[in-house]
Design a protein around this ligand. Structure first.
Ligand code: 15L
Length: 277
């Protein structure tokens, strides 16, 4: 892998991953719509709008592998989700295939399975249960990844990213926390592990209190160096209330399952959240 494209390099995860990847590959091409500052050693800057075909062709040119973080990272209006996360992802994959790219790491999210009840152990082989429109777009991205692996032979790793911030703040994020170092390790596995078809793994550190069994990631060589356990006592005693309504508190996706729906009398989600699958 000589030249790697990092989309969404100006976002919350992207900015930190850009630093974590410094020097890992001969050339790191960082792309986003926002200002990315000046290029560091071994970097190329590619300002691009992922919804514009000509931008896509330009940023994938000469690239060996892509870490696709770009797009909307929280719930949004359907038209924006459709344009950026669904149409944008499809067109990026298509442009990548046309340019001869062999590997893609797709930044999926735990919101692809956010409607599973808390406590149910998931390992990536379960069928999706999105908790919002954003989660639905991540289910699309996982399907897109499977299709490009099956139909075009690309090697793709979909990572259902949990809580990638400095530290966990709630019981839910104690389970889903991932350090930037561990997430970067997973992305590098997606780019480098031999014989990859398409796999779905959880983007989490070595957390004891979790609802996810990351055995596929371990099989691919993932050995997380960090754990949310070091913050468990602090979170237990902090008394910070979990955000979200009755549904959000019952399901793995938390507030994403609540957003925009509180008090909607047509909602049957409370029952849905309790059934097994
Ligand atoms: C996500 O997918 C979001 O991108 C991130 O901002 C977090 O909110 C995270 O999920 C979460 O599950 O809390």
């Amino acid at each position: 892998m000589k030249r790697i494209l990092l989309t969404g390099a100006g976002g919350g995860i992207g900015r930190r991953m850009r630093q974590a990847l410094a020097g890992a590959y001969p050339i790191l091409r960082v792309s986003d719509m926002v200002d990315l500052g000046s290029a560091g050693d071994g970097e190329e800057i590619a300002v691009a709008d992922l919804t514009r075909a000509e931008d896509l062709e330009r940023i994938v040119d000469g690239v060996d592998g892509i870490i696709h973080l770009g797009g909307l990272s929280v719930e949004n209006a359907w038209d924006d989700i459709l344009r950026t996360n669904i149409d944008g992802a499809y067109r990026l994959f298509e442009a990548a295939y046309n340019a001869g790219v062999k590997r893609i790491v797709f930044a999926s999210s735990n919101h692809a399975i956010g409607f599973y009840p808390r406590g149910q152990i998931l390992d990536g082989s379960e069928r999706p249960r999105p908790d919002c429109r954003y989660g639905l777009s991540k289910v699309f991205g996982e399907g897109l990844s499977q299709y490009f692996a099956d139909n075009y032979g690309l090697g793709i790793l979909s990572i259902r990213i949990g809580w990638c911030f400095e530290k966990p703040e709630t019981q839910r994020t104690l389970g889903s926390w991932v350090s930037i170092g561990d997430l970067t390790q997973l992305c590098r596995i997606g780019l480098e592990v031999p014989d990859l078809h398409h796999e779905i793994v959880y983007g989490m550190s070595d957390n004891s209190r979790t609802w996810w069994d990351n055995k596929t990631a371990r099989r691919l060589g993932y050995r997380p160096n960090d754990s949310s356990d070091v913050w468990a006592a602090e979170v237990d005693s902090s008394g910070v209330p979990e955000p979200g309504d009755e549904v959000g508190l019952a399901v793995q996706g938390g507030p994403f399952a609540s957003e925009g729906y509180q008090g909607d009398p047509r909602r049957v989600a409370v029952q849905g959240a309790k059934s097994e699958s």
